[in-house]
Design a protein around this ligand. Structure first.
Ligand code: MN3
Length: 384
C-alpha cells in the first residue's frame, strides 16, 4: 500500500525537497494533496508531474489562473486558507507534511490531528505558538508528530530503542549562521542580502533570517520542549559551525548519542515519512577527510538576544511564545523590507512582549487573538 501524502507548502524549500524524496520512491508514496500560497508556476509544474487528487492555492486571487492552467487534468482545485485547513481531513490522506511558514500552519495542523492524520512536522511555529494544545490533541487522537526539523529529527533518531529511558538533557546544534562571531557594532549595519547568505543550509527567506538572528534556534528550543517533554534547563544550544552533528541526546548515565551526516534536509524528511523504517537513498555521503575538525562554541547571547528572548518566553509560558512568534514574523518582514535594522528586531520583539495581554492558560481562540494583537503591536512599533 502506497502512503498518500498531503504536502502543505509544496512550493517552498521543504516542500520541493519532499517531492524530490517522493519522486525517488514511486512504489512507496503517492501525492494526494498539494497546497501553496502564491507560486502558481511551480505549483502547476508539480501538479503535472505528481498528479495529485487535490490542489489548493492560498491566495484566492490566483484561483482562476490555477484552474485554467490545470484544465486538462482531473485535479480538484480550491483556494483560500479555509480550504487548506479542510483538505487535510480527506479520507484519502495518510500523512500530512506541514511545511508552510509561520502561524498559518496552526489551523490545518489542528484539523489534521483531529482527523487522526499523522503529522510530519516542518512548521515549527505550530508547536511554538500552541504546543500545549497541539500535544494534548495529538495524545488524545493517538496521532504521532514526526519531526522534520533536522535537530529534532536527530533527537528523535537518538531515542529509537531507548524505550522509557529518560533523557537527562539534549544539545541542539546551531550553525551560528552567516554572522557567527560578530558583535553588535557589526550586526547593527548588516543588510538583508548578507543575512540571507547562509553558509550551510539552503532554506526559505523567513527561516534564513531566523537563523541569522538565532531566533530559529530559540523557536527550536520551544519546539523541543513540546516534542520531548523537556524543561528549559534540559535543553542546551551549542554552536557547531560545520552542521555535521545535527543534535545530541544525553541520558541519565551520562552517555550521549549524536546523529550526524551531511546537512541535507531530505534525510529528516524521508525519515519522518518512513519511520520506523529507513529507505535506501543516494544522498551524498559524509567523508571524514572533508571535515577533519568538528568544532563547538558557546552561543553569544549578548550579541544574539533572540535566543535568550525565546528561553524567557518558554519559562514564562502561557501565550508568551505565541507573542514572540507573531512579533518575530512581523520584524523579519520589516527587516527584509529594510524598515528596521537587524538588532532592532530583538528590541521590537521585547517591547511587544511587554505590551500584549498576557494569558497564563490560553484557549485556542486566545492564541488566535494573541497572534493578531502581537502583530498589531509589533507593526505599530516598526512604524515609529
Ligand atoms: Mn532546524
Amino acid at each position: 500500500m502506497k502512503k498518500r501524502v498531503a504536502i502543505l507548502g509544496s512550493t517552498g524549500s521543504i516542500g520541493t525537497q519532499t517531492l524530490d524524496v517522493i519522486s525517488k520512491h514511486p512504489d512507496k508514496f503517492e501525492v494526494e494533496v498539494l497546497t501553496a500560497n502564491n507560486r502558481i508556476g511551480r505549483l502547476v509544474e508539480q501538479c503535472r508531474k505528481f498528479q495529485p487528487n487535490t490542489v489548493v492555492i492560498g491566495n484566492k486571487d490566483k484561483f482562476q489562473q490555477l484552474k485554467e492552467a490545470l484544465e486538462d487534468l482531473p485535479i480538484k482545485v480550491y483556494a483560500g486558507s479555509d480550504a487548506i485547513a479542510q483538505v487535510v481531513e480527506m479520507s484519502t490522506v495518510d500523512v500530512v507534511l506541514t511545511a508552510m511558514v509561520g502561524f498559518s500552519g496552526l489551523k490545518p495542523t489542528m484539523n489534521a490531528i483531529n482527523a487522526g492524520k499523522p503529522i510530519a512536522l516542518a512548521n515549527k511555529e505550530t508547536l511554538v505558538v500552541a504546543g500545549d494544545i497541539i500535544t494534548e490533541m495529538a495524545a488524545k487522537n493517538k496521532v504521532p508528530i514526526l519531526p522534520v526539523d533536522s535537530e529534532h529529527s536527530a533527537i528523535f533518531q537518538c531515542l529509537v530503542g531507548e524505550f522509557q529511558n529518560p533523557i537527562e538533557k539534549i544539545y541542539l546544534t546551531a550553525s551560528g549562521g552567516p554572522f557567527r562571531g560578530k558583535k553588535k557594532d557589526f550586526l547593527e549595519n548588516v543588510t538583508p542580502e548578507q543575512a540571507l547568505n547562509h553558509p550551510n543550509w539552503e532554506m526559505g527567506n523567513k527561516i534564513t533570517i531566523d537563523s541569522a538572528s538565532m531566533m530559529n534556534k530559540g523557536l527550536e528550543v520551544i519546539e523541543a520542549h513540546w516534542l520531548f517533554g523537556l524543561e528549559p534547563d534540559q535543553i542546551d544550544v551549542i554552536v557547531h559551525p560545520q552542521s555535521i552533528i545535527h543534535s545530541i541526546a544525553q541520558f541519565t548515565d551520562g552517555s550521549m548519542k549524536a546523529q550526524m551526516g551531511l546537512p541535507d534536509m531530505r534525510v529528516p524528511i524521508q525519515y519522518a515519512l518512513t519511520f520506523p523504517d529507513r529507505l535506501q537513498a543516494d544522498f551524498p555521503r559524509f567523508n571524514f577527510m572533508d571535515y577533519p575538525n568538528l568544532t563547538f562554541e558557546k552561543p553569544d547571547l549578548d550579541s544574539f538576544r533572540n535566543l535568550k528572548i525565546a528561553y524567557d518566553a518558554l519559562k514564562t509560558g502561557g501565550n508568551m511564545p505565541c507573542i514572540i512568534n507573531a512579533a518575530n514574523e512581523i520584524v523579519v518582514e520589516g527587516f527584509l523590507e529594510k524598515k528596521i535594522g537587524f538588532l532592532q528586531m530583538s528590541d521590537i520583539i521585547e517591547q511587544t512582549m511587554d505590551k500584549v495581554t498576557f494569558i497564563g492558560k490560553p484557549s485556542v481562540e486566545d492564541y488566535f487573538e494573541t497572534d493578531k494583537e502581537a502583530r498589531r503591536v509589533a507593526k505599530s512599533l516598526i512604524a515609529f
